[in-house]
Design a protein around this ligand. Structure first.
Ligand SMILES: C[S@@+](CC[C@H](N)C(=O)[O-])C[C@H]1O[C@@H](n2cnc3c(N)ncnc32)[C@H](O)[C@@H]1O
Length: 264
């Protein structure tokens, strides 16, 4: 019981810190290192096997307080990851690139994103939730020569992201747009789609994409279940008439896992 209480206290502390740091974001790099350390500590916490058991015990209690804590942590940590990308983009503008553990963790997985459904130079890739530091489009375009379009709902993320692509992706076929999938001409031609894990409406968008995409499209859905659902929106059942899961890429040491879908 004590372990569970301590675990829940840790979660409350994380939430307080994420909340505080997200409120203090002022479009400068103030608080950058504080937030970087917090995100790294949180990444370690949610991939630490020792916390799995405490999480399972806590989950069995089905308390509404816990539910609120989980929902709050998911939302605030997602917001803070988006802010961290902004800090990283500001730093690049000032000529300073550094890599925190969290980003290394994300970037080391991009190679395996599509499992056996490889991206080639002829592929057309769409990333939903490209963020202010669009590392996924940069790495995919650089390694494969594919065309990549990233979309985001945040104006600042699009502007900062374009700046990053200009600096790090000269000559690569990457476009960032503030657009919804239904308003993008490109959607009907895409071969590969990636959903950022911290896009809350990702499963609703997946459902909507069924009628907007071609028959051969493959979708990589980043998600986190159980303990990892404290840092990611979790997986959901999909309409079996529309999509079928074809592969699951579980990565115990990474902050999120990946489910691959093709049309049913
Ligand atoms: C910061 S990135 C995080 C990327 C991280 N690598 C991941 O996999 O979650 C997430 C971005 O998704 C954007 N976003 C959230 N909801 C979205 C939506 N419905 N459509 C497009 N972008 C969205 C946010 O504005 C944010 O910039």
């Amino acid at each position: 019981m004590n372990t569970v209480i301590t675990f829940q206290e840790h979660l409350s502390e994380f939430l307080e810190k994420f909340d505080d740091l997200s409120r203090r974001y002022d479009h400068t790099i103030n608080n950058c290192s504080e937030l970087g350390s917090l995100i790294d500590a949180y990444s370690k916490f949610i991939t630490d096997d020792r916390n799995k058991e405490a999480w399972e015990q806590l989950e069995r209690q089905e308390s509404s307080d816990l539910n609120q804590l989980v929902v709050g942590l998911r939302k605030k940590s997602a917001l803070c990851v988006a802010i961290m990308e902004k800090y990283r983009a500001f730093k690049l503008q000032n000529g300073n690139v550094e890599m925190t553990d969290y980003f290394q963790n994300i970037e080391s997985c991009i190679e395996k994103e599509f499992g056996s459904f490889r991206v080639t130079s002829k592929s057309k890739v769409l990333l939903v939730g490209s963020g202010s530091f669009p590392m996924t489009p940069l790495l995919i375009a650089k390694r494969t020569g594919a065309e990549v379009v990233g979309i985001d709902i945040d104006d600042e993320a699009i502007n900062l992201g374009r700046n990053v692509v200009e600096r790090l992706g000269a000559g690569l076929n990457i476009r960032l747009e503030k657009a919804l999938v239904e308003n993008l001409n490109y959607t009907k031609d895409v071969t590969h789609i990636i959903f950022s894990s911290t896009v809350e409406s990702k499963y609703d968008i997946l459902d909507q994409l069924h009628k907007l995409t071609n028959e051969n499209v493959v979708v990589a859905m980043r998600y986190g279940d159980q303990l990892k659902s404290l840092f990611n929106y979790p997986s959901r059942d999909v309409d079996g008439q529309k999509w079928r899961q074809v592969e699951k890429i579980l990565r115990p040491d990474h902050v999120f896992d990946i489910a691959l879908y093709k049309k049913a």
